[in-house]
Design a protein. Structure first.
Length: 194
């Protein structure tokens, strides 16, 4: 378990706007790795996801020690997670981790690892026996972060552009799952490093 001075706890309704702002920063930052989700254009959908996830208990936040954050209410990171439910029968119960993010000024302090640990514990408590997440192939830092925590490649997503040219505003969703498990609200490009 990661040790950090930050408090990891369930998000509340008061956290929704700050989580939304951080998600927009995550999505904007992931563009350099080839993500296609539009950051600002998805603000309303992400706010709805964050509000719903706070109600269901599937969103954790990291609060700065001693209120040392520029954001109110002292948030410096978040992680979404859920147990997969659906029509397919599986050999086990799979949880997903989505949109792990830590503010850049707090990276390297163990906060991302603490958020991930807490999400994994919550998923295990809900009956999950494995966890999945996604990272963009070009995001070496995120992929190394997860590999260091025991995550292995399971499935490889392949994409192919169907139009010539680079759409400046990102076009649309090219198959990056919005979930690193979250049903379309995020970008399969988890943005955290420890």
């Amino acid at each position: 378990m990661a040790e950090t001075g930050a408090r990891i706890e369930p998000a509340t309704a008061d956290d929704v706007d700050a989580v939304t702002d951080m998600w927009v920063a995550l999505a904007a930052g992931q563009r350099e790795y080839g993500a296609t989700l539009r950051a600002e254009a998805n603000r309303a959908a992400v706010r709805e996801w964050a509000a719903q996830s706070a109600v269901t208990g599937e969103l954790l936040v990291a609060r700065a020690p001693n209120g040392e954050s520029e954001r109110e209410p002292g948030l410096i990171g978040f992680v979404g997670f859920s147990v997969e439910r659906g029509g397919y029968e599986r050999d086990g119960v799979r949880g997903t981790v989505s949109n792990l993010y830590v503010s850049p000024e707090w990276r390297g302090e163990g906060i991302g690892a603490a958020l991930l640990d807490a999400a994994e514990r919550a998923l295990a408590g809900e009956g999950a026996d494995r966890v999945a997440l996604e990272a963009l192939a070009a995001n070496d830092r995120a992929r190394e972060f997860y590999a260091d925590r025991g995550y292995d490649r399971h499935r490889v997503e392949l994409t192919k552009p169907l139009r010539d040219g680079d759409d400046d505003d990102g076009g649309g969703d090219d198959g990056d799952r919005g979930d690193e498990g979250d049903g379309g609200e995020g970008d399969g490009a988890t943005g955290e490093s420890g």
